[in-house]
Design a protein around this ligand. Structure first.
Ligand code: HQG
Length: 179
């Protein structure tokens, strides 16, 4: 399968499974799952892709963005639609990282990290991954270090998605430092 088509279909799957299922005639259940048969129908009406190729996209996805199980599929994180992924709370590593644009700093310094359009603030377990997240933004980048051990000990919850993205409701500014 051509890499360009694979990327295009994968992006569309993220869009549909995270943000706009209704645009593809799909309805997610309360935990974000949809029947794989229905997703296949929606994708093959728009792209020249087979069922096997869609499975290949799920398996090859560099960030493991999707989970496919029991004939159902969902996005592992990043939703803006109202779903409850039913993730378990977990104790975080001592430090977590967040990559963003330097232009956001003034506002982050005032109000901490907010989840914006998503369900959680997304955090990375290592600086390298945070840099990749930051690279999605134009201009100068900023890598923030989150004092996760203190935040957790002071009662804040952390979750980890099935693809290893760390999630928090918010990160108050006292736990942030510039890396
Ligand atoms: C910023 C991609 C000003 C925040 C990535 C970020 C990630 C503030 C932006 C995943 C702020 C939200 C998530 C505040 C937060 N003032 N700016 N108080 N609080 N922000 O896209 O973390 O490819 O919702 O720094 O790899 O960039 O989609 O979050 O810049 O894992 O799988 O508001 O999306 O994964 O942007 O990215 P986003 P994000 P996928």
């Amino acid at each position: 399968m051509k890499a360009k088509l694979e990327t295009e279909v994968s992006k569309y799957m993220s869009y549909v499974l995270r943000h706009a299922p209704e645009s593809a005639g799909l309805t997610l259940d309360s935990e974000g799952w949809v029947s794989f048969d229905e997703l296949e129908k929606a994708l093959s009406s728009k792209y020249d892709v087979s069922r096997a190729e869609i499975i290949e996209i799920v398996e090859n996805n560099p960030k493991k963005r999707f989970s496919l199980t029991d004939h159902r599929i969902r996005a592992n994180q990043g939703h803006s639609v109202d779903v409850d992924l039913a993730l378990n709370q977990v104790e975080p590593p001592a430090a977590l990282f967040h990559g963003t644009s330097l232009t956001n700093w003034q506002s982050i310094e005032r109000e901490g990290l907010k989840k914006m359009q998503r369900h959680h603030v997304h955090l990375s377990a290592d600086v390298e991954t945070a840099k990749i997240v930051a690279m999605r933004r134009k201009g100068e980048h900023l890598i923030l270090c989150v004092d996760a051990v203190r935040m957790f000990s002071e009662g804040h919850s952390f979750f980890v998605s099935d693809n290893g993205v760390w999630l928090a409701e918010s990160v108050p500014v006292q736990y942030l430092s510039r890396n």
